[in-house]
Structures are given as C-alpha cells and as structure tokens.
Write a protein that binds this ligand. Structure first.
Ligand code: SPD
Length: 366
C-alpha cells in the first residue's frame, strides 16, 4: 500500500515537473555579428552551458549594423560594431552601460588593449573587445604572378593603387571591400595624407586616386570574397586579415593548385577592433551579459581565433591558440609590422557623410 502511494506521488511530481519544463519559455538571446567571425561550436557551447537559445544573424558592414541600430528596436541583444563606429554610437546613447559584476572574465583582457579601446569608450563602460585585425591584400599567388610577372613585388600598395598594375589583374578578378570607411583610409595613407583625415579636400584627392583604378575593380564585396579567393575566381582582394586567411585554409583543404596569401604591404595598413555591445533597447540583458562573459572564457575565445584567424584581446586565451595559428604573421603581425599599422579612428558625421557620397560616385564609375 505504502509502496503504491509513494509511486503515485512520484509519478505526480514527474508530471508536474514535465509540465513545468514544457510551459516555461526557454531563455533567448539575439546576437548580431559579422559573418565568418565565430567558431562552429561557440553558439552550441553557450546554449549547452546556459540553456539559453541563441538566434544568430550576420552582417558584413558597419553601415548595415548602424542603420539597424539607428532605426531602433533592432531586436538584437548583442551587436559587434567596429570601435571607430562604436564611439559615435555610444555618444548617441545606443548602448547600455555594462554591469561588470556579471562579467568576471573581463579580468583576462589585455590592459594595454583596453586602454586603446578607452579612447572610444572612456572608462571601458559600454563595450568589450571581440577581435581585432588588419586590412591588406589577399592574393592568389599563382594567378597574380602570372598576370604581374614572376618577380613583381606583391608587398606594395602600388599593386592596388597604380592603374598600370591593377589593370593587369583585372582579367583574373579584383575585389574591393564594399566599405568607404575601410577604403578611404588606405587611399589617403597611400597619398601621404592622414588616414583619419577630417579635411574634405583630402577625400577629393583620394577619390581622384580611386577613380583611376575603378575600371579594374571587378567586384565590391565584404564577405563573398572569401570563397571567391579560395575558389580561384579572383586574384586580388583588398580585404580583412582573417577573411583572407580563411580563404587560404579553404583553398588548402580543397587541394587547390594555388596558394592564397595575405600581405600587409610596406608602409603601413589599417588596424581595427570590433567590440561587443548591448543595445539600449535589448530585451534579454542578463542573457547578453552571460554571452559576453562566455565569449571571454579563454578557451572559448581561443577556439574562435583558431577558426577565423582574428586575434582577441583576451590574454589568457593565447595559451589555447593553436601553435600554427599563433605563429602565423597574417594573424599576429610581427612587431615591426605592428608598428607600421595605423588605427581607424572615429570621424565626425560630416566626414562620414562625405565618404558615403564620394563612395557612391566612385562605385558608379561615372
Ligand atoms: N569576417 C569578419 C570581418 C570582420 C571585419 N571587421 C570590420 C573591420 C572594419 N574596419
């Protein structure tokens, strides 16, 4: 008798428990990040560790993200702007101040890099670094050498900015980031002007330079160029370090009969940070903080670097980065190259608008 009563109570508890599970809405998190910027197991790992369900969407330009944020009610709980864009977004009140008591893993972040980021986020109150990288030239070495000549130097911005060089590459395909904020600084720097110039005349000069190479650019693209490079459909890309390195690995894994190489040309190249932030109208703030803290788990962040070849600001992650990735100069540029890099800085709105306007003219090629 006692046994049956107990069994009924246990069965009742089980039913109640199941009903409880079925009834409770699972916790949710909406993440908006750059494409090709995460390891395969990052989202499943987070979901498994926290029970939070993630909707993960991607973009490939700061402009796309900014338009969503400015329109309001983006529906996202974590976004990943570049730091030069984040500066203005913070000033515009687009983000929530971070509750650092919920982010114990911030202790792993490199204080020197945090000081750099404090330039755009004083006191490091609103954003946490995701990754950093450089912008340079991605080559299909075999095709590029065939077009330019076996001994042509590939480590010079002349390859992209001298019409006579880039014209030779046109038949095998030349890709440029569809991003004025990434192209104008390189053009300005090539002309010996401030890459973060706020002088409109400098932008007219950069446009004149760009217009001369416009006939030889076969596509504007900020994400698909990874597969285009890996697949042999283009021979030169002005692109982001990790993306070109992904292309190199994809080509290698597919046993392609050519090498993809990322080059930071002499004289300097842009360096940038992308950072995580929680939009002011996020509805899953606690879950967002859990995500940020999870990403800053050293082994989690190292797995991201191992998959997409962008370094993080997480010092403790470094020991989990695969040795071949840690010694890859495309991922971690050597000290002298680091010294030649220039940081992309926030620009005043009138200069950003000017860039956008000139970019439209440039792309149209009229
Ligand atoms: N596939 C990830 C690309 C990340 C690019 N970050 C943007 C840098 C803008 N300067």
């Amino acid at each position: 008798m006692k046994c049956c009563f107990l069994r009924r109570v246990l069965a009742g508890l089980l039913v109640l428990g199941m009903a409880g599970t079925a009834g409770a809405a699972p916790r949710q998190l909406n993440v908006y990040n750059w494409s090709d910027y995460i390891a395969q197991d990052t989202v499943p790992g987070f979901e498994h560790a926290t029970g939070i369900q993630v909707r993960y969407d991607v973009y490939d330009s700061n402009e796309t993200l900014q338009a969503k944020l400015l329109a309001g009610h983006s529906g996202y709980d974590v976004v990943v702007p570049s730091s030069n864009y984040a500066a203005r977004q913070i000033a515009a009140g687009a983000y929530r101040k971070l509750d650092k008591s919920k982010l114990p893993n911030l202790r792993y972040l490199d204080p020197a890099l945090m000081r750099l980021i404090a330039d755009v986020d004083p006191g490091n109150q609103f954003v946490v670094p995701w990754a950093w990288g450089t912008t340079g030239l991605g080559y299909n070495i075999k095709l590029a050498r065939a077009a330019l000549g076996a001994n042509a130097p590939l480590d010079s911005w002349d390859v992209l900015f001298k019409p006579e060089n880039v014209a030779k590459l046109r038949p095998c395909g030349v890709s440029m980031l569809d991003s004025p904020a990434d192209v104008f600084p390189a053009a300005l720097h090539y002309l010996g002007r401030d890459p973060n110039s706020t002088n409109p005349a400098d932008y007219q000069a950069a446009l004149a330079l760009l217009e001369r190479i416009r006939p030889y650019i076969t596509q504007f693209n900020s994400s698909g160029y990874i597969n285009d490079l890996a697949g042999g459909d283009i021979c030169l890309a002005y692109g982001w370090s990790g993306d070109v390195t992904i292309a190199r690995h994809r080509a290698h894994e597919a046993h392609k009969p050519y090498e993809i190489r990322y080059v930071i040309p002499g004289g300097g190249a842009p360096v940038w940070f992308d950072v995580m932030a929680i939009p002011i109208d996020a509805t899953h703030v606690d879950e967002a903080l859990q995500w940020v803290n999870y990403i800053e788990t050293p082994s989690v962040h190292a797995a991201i670097t191992n998959a997409v070849f962008y370094p993080s600001a997480n010092l403790a992650a470094r020991k989990y980065v695969l040795p071949e990735v840690a010694r890859d100069p495309s991922v971690y540029p050597p000290a002298p190259v680091m010294q030649s890099l220039y940081m992309l800085k926030p620009l005043p709105p009138d200069i950003t608008r000017l860039q956008t306007r000139l970019w439209t003219t440039f792309k149209a090629g009229r």
